[in-house]
Design a binder for this molecule. Structure first.
Ligand SMILES: Cc1cc2nc3c(=O)[nH]c(=O)nc-3n(C[C@H](O)[C@H](O)[C@H](O)COP(=O)(O)OP(=O)(O)OC[C@H]3O[C@@H](n4cnc5c(N)ncnc54)[C@H](O)[C@@H]3O)c2cc1C
Length: 400
């Protein structure tokens, strides 16, 4: 085992937060620039939202094509993770299906996403209503849907695995990765960042990237920047479907949002099924929230899932926990330089940041080093969209 890295007195760029986003950003900066990089995490790598993530890797984003672009770029990176970084991470294929009804906003969103995938040669299948019962035999009641869109090469990974992979790869590329040290403030002089104050002393630097998940607003406020993030609580249950179900449906289930509820489900490693809420509304304290799903929610889950997938009626509960989203008013990210020069924000991932982690890391690297990126139009993620319109771009029709 190597020596535990110490906080340097000076570095070029400090990245605050060792979730997927901070770790990916530290990796791309260290591997693809001449910056000296220090990643500072107050707890362990993946201690925040990332460690609780369902880590679904889909490409379908309705007509929000900027996300399809980033998800596709990121998924290619995830598939090549070991070749790119030297670190192995968990990855399992699981097509994602969206059931659609014509003439509804969700149906239009599903259909638009099908076109966006086909335009980019991302494998996708259109199923007519009469094909659904045979295609998804574990489901009941699919007659009510007119069609479904399958994002055929969707997959899932593991949050802690991916963030630790990026953190180790960042260290291999020369970054200093320090855990167990909190950043307490950002030091500025003449309108630009000159350092960060930590509980273990000051680190001088030219730039800081704040990737502190739901804790980002408190650090940003320190330099007079208002970031509209509401931490929201989500609930996750891991079901053990039992041998008979696994034998009848070896693929367990497609990844899907469960019709009739604000839930999604996907297969999980080890023949389990993960079911989770996607409420985006239950405001919470990220330092003090109930980590056990509510009884009422478990009852609703039982009703909704067993109505749709009767074979799961007798599934056992293998595990349960809750996690926190960093929710913005429009559920879109904030990737921007804001406040003092050299202060970059990468936050507001609103329950869908995992699948974009590699692209976000690359984009933030580009903003810090080059001032712009050619991966996407990063203006879309500018913080000042909330200045005139507090609702930003407005909420998407669907973004499970
Ligand atoms: C239950 C759940 C399910 C999800 N499912 C999916 C999914 O299926 N697909 C998908 O794409 N996304 C999903 N997400 C969202 C995704 O996981 C997040 O968007 C993503 O992990 C955010 O990563 P992050 O690095 O921005 O934040 P975080 O993982 O929260 O990391 C922030 C880090 O900053 C550290 N920190 C905070 N303050 C300080 C400080 N002052 N000094 C130093 N360090 C500090 C924290 O300890 C933490 O480790 C899910 C999220 C949850 C909670």
């Amino acid at each position: 085992m190597g020596a535990i890295p110490e906080l340097p007195d000076r570095t070029d760029t400090v990245v605050v937060g060792g979730g997927l986003v901070g770790a990916a950003t530290a990796y791309f900066l260290a591997a693809d620039s001449d910056r000296e990089v220090t990643l500072v995490e107050r707890d362990n790598i993946a201690a925040g939202s990332t460690g609780d993530s369902s880590a679904i890797l889909r490409h379908h984003y309705g007509d929000d094509e900027i996300y399809t672009e980033m998800a596709h770029w990121s998924h290619q990176f995830f598939r090549e993770f070991e070749a790119e970084t030297g670190q192995a991470i968990a990855h399992a294929d699981s097509p994602m299906v969206r059931f659609g009804e014509e003439g509804t906003a969700a149906g239009d969103y599903a259909a638009a996403g099908y076109d966006a995938l086909r335009d980019r040669d991302i494998p996708a299948t259109w199923l007519d209503g009469d094909e659904l019962p045979d295609a998804y035999p574990m489901y009941d009641g699919l007659e009510e849907f007119d069609f479904a869109v399958s994002d055929d090469t969707a997959a899932y990974s593991d949050g802690a695995d991916a963030a630790n992979g990026f953190a180790r790869a960042a260290a291999d590329a020369g970054a200093v990765v320090v855990t167990g040290v909190a950043v307490e403030g950002i030091a500025t002089e003449d309108g630009r960042v000159v350092g960060v104050e930590t509980e273990d002393g000051r680190v001088d630097c030219d730039e800081v990237v704040v990737a502190a998940g739901p804790w980002t607003p408190e650090l940003a406020a320190d330099v007079g920047v208002d970031v509209p993030i509401t931490p929201t609580r989500e609930q996750v249950v891991i079901l053990d479907p039992g041998d008979d179900y696994v034998e009848a449906f070896p693929e367990l289930t497609p990844t899907a949002s469960v019709p009739g509820g604000e839930w999604y489900l996907r297969p999980d490693f080890g023949d389990n099924v993960l079911v989770a809420t996607h409420y985006l509304t239950e405001e919470t304290d990220p330092d003090d929230y109930d980590d056990t799903p509510d009884e009422e929610t478990l009852l609703e889950l039982t009703d909704v899932v067993t109505e749709r997938i009767p074979g799961l009626a007798d599934a056992g509960i293998q595990g349960q926990y809750c996690g926190v989203y960093s929710t913005t008013p429009d559920h879109d990210f904030v990737l921007d330089e804001a406040g003092p020069d050299g202060c970059f924000l990468a936050c507001g991932f609103s329950g869908h940041g995992f699948k974009h982690g590699p692209a976000v890391g690359r984009i933030v690297r580009d903003l810090v080093v080059d001032g712009d990126t050619d991966l996407v139009d990063a203006d879309y993620f500018a913080l000042d969209r909330f200045d005139e319109h507090p609702e930003g771009h407005g909420k998407p029709a669907d973004n499970v």
